[in-house]
Design a protein around this ligand. Sequence first.
Ligand code: FES
Ligand code: FES
Length: 167
Amino acid sequence: MTNGVKDPVIETTLTVNGTAVTRRIPARQHLIDFLREELGLTGSHTACEHGVCGACTVRVDDRIVRGCLMLAVQADGRKVDTIEGLSDSGELADLQEAFHRRNALQCGFCTPGMLMAAQDLVIRCPNAAREQIREHLSGNYCRCTGYQAIVDAVEDVLLARRGKSAI
Ligand code: FES
Ligand code: FES
């Protein structure tokens, strides 16, 4: 904080991966920093911190959001799910398997955010075609894969959930 003025701290209660959490949170702390630094949930990454790359994607009340664009105190009373929660619950199991089988990750930095965005598509748009997959994932940057394998993996899961392929 500049000018010697301290950031106000606000008591905030949110549910993170099914567990209620109450903390006194600096008013200007971003949700992704709270999750990573205060709760140790480092699966979601930070990169651009400007809402561009998608590395920080988490779910708030069942909608994906950029954790770097939302203040942690704005999550008061809300449900937050991270890659850790979705992974532990098995919700992402088929997507994770498809990413692995299709070589849809290399360094893996983008992968948590990519999986969160992919799961959002699979839930909301189960009949999505390849172009819709590309469109939906266009806000998640990957520097390694060229995206083709990622789209292949998501398409596999969409087809499998529709009972049309052999995952
Ligand atoms: S770190 Fe949030 S969008 Fe890039
Ligand atoms: S696998 Fe390296 S950024 Fe996507």
